[in-house]
Design a protein around this ligand. Sequence first.
Ligand code: COA
Length: 408
Amino acid sequence: MDRPALTIRTLSPGEIDEFFRVVEGAFLTDLRSDVLDLYRALIEPQRAHALLDGDTLVGGGAILSRDMTLPGAGPVPVAAVTAVGVAPDQRRRGALSTLMRTQLDGLHESGAEPVAALWASEGGIYGRFGYGTAARRARLAAPSGTAFRPGVDTSGSPVRLLDREQARPVMQRLHARIAPQRVGWISRPDAAWDEWLHDAEHSRRGASALRYLVAGEHGYAIFRAKEGGDERGPRFEIRVHELAAETPAAHAALWRFLLDVDLGAEVVHRNLAVDDPLPLLLADPRAAVQTVSDSLWIRLVDLDRALRARRYTAPCDLVLEVADALCPWNAGSWRLQVDSDGAARVQRSDAEPDLRCDIADLAAAYLGDTRFTALAAAARVVELRPGAVPAASRAFAGDTAPHCPEVF
Ligand SMILES: CC(C)(COP(=O)(O)OP(=O)(O)OC[C@H]1O[C@@H](n2cnc3c(N)ncnc32)[C@H](O)[C@@H]1OP(=O)(O)O)[C@@H](O)C(=O)NCCC(=O)NCCS
């Protein structure tokens, strides 16, 4: 017998606990009361959706109001999509499809954020909804003691170990200064800091509590130590939770400290910018082994507003023919004109298109990470006028690789 269709509506505040119980269940995780307290403070119920089978909540998803730093533009509001999950016995009934359509229609109709962003639990889920992989992260591992090149100066930024209460205001101040300079970084309100620094025993995976370092007034790092070792004695893996610095000296000083922690075996950072300068500081750059994977996925909700929200690194005048099955208001031809100041004009166009692509490909290029030349080589972007692909590549490329320090 056919099951009745699932329905969707905005979450009511009284359903928050049930919402998280179901979503955590979808991730095969037990919901703990300390974590639920954090989630309650983070969620904006009027921007969250419940998926229902009759009266039973079987899935959901939420939008958090955040700013993300866009190329050349500084922080701009984006819809940070989170807490997407469907109960294991309710899958493949169209719940996620309904949620995605509802979120995108809602953002478009209300004229809210022009861009949505998320971290994907699996790489195969979100492409069909027009999301593209817009930033990557590196897992970096370097043996403890790895030497710097001669001449790297760390003396101007003495590193101190602080307790959590002392460190937090310093870190918050620094983060607020650094985030607007780093493409892909998102704003971190107090409730998000609470979650980021949450340090319950069950979240440590056998490692120590978090330790906090500050380098003068210009950088901070957070790490744990996981014990290993053998008959020769204890040896620890130094697990970096975050390292943020606004000056080269603070960056180098923090890494030097982490590489030199007594009894360290290896320093591991699982979410580093792919262009983090650490390998360039090392006498043997191969000592730092990196594995790269996707991080942020971006969805252009309203193509014209989204393309105007960032700035560009080279002038261009291109007509883009865009396919968008889910958001028909984006489909069709658009003229993107970028002047020498990097600002864009975006208008509907009847002219012959220069490039053909899907909305997910534009999203992949949006933060400057994926190049149009690579998209064209993968036959995802079709060049209809010679020279259009390199022109788009130059315009969208950024000075730095986009990066998002935290999973939200
Ligand atoms: C991922 C998840 C939300 C999908 O929900 P769902 O309700 O089963 O999705 P839908 O029924 O709407 O599926 C829509 C389409 O996406 C496809 N799809 C769904 N999950 C997929 C996955 N994990 N990988 C690849 N394709 C997937 C479906 O096959 C379907 O394709 P079709 O339209 O061609 O038939 C759900 O499986 C889940 O909760 N997983 C565990 C938690 C999780 O990973 N959440 C995502 C957090 S970023």
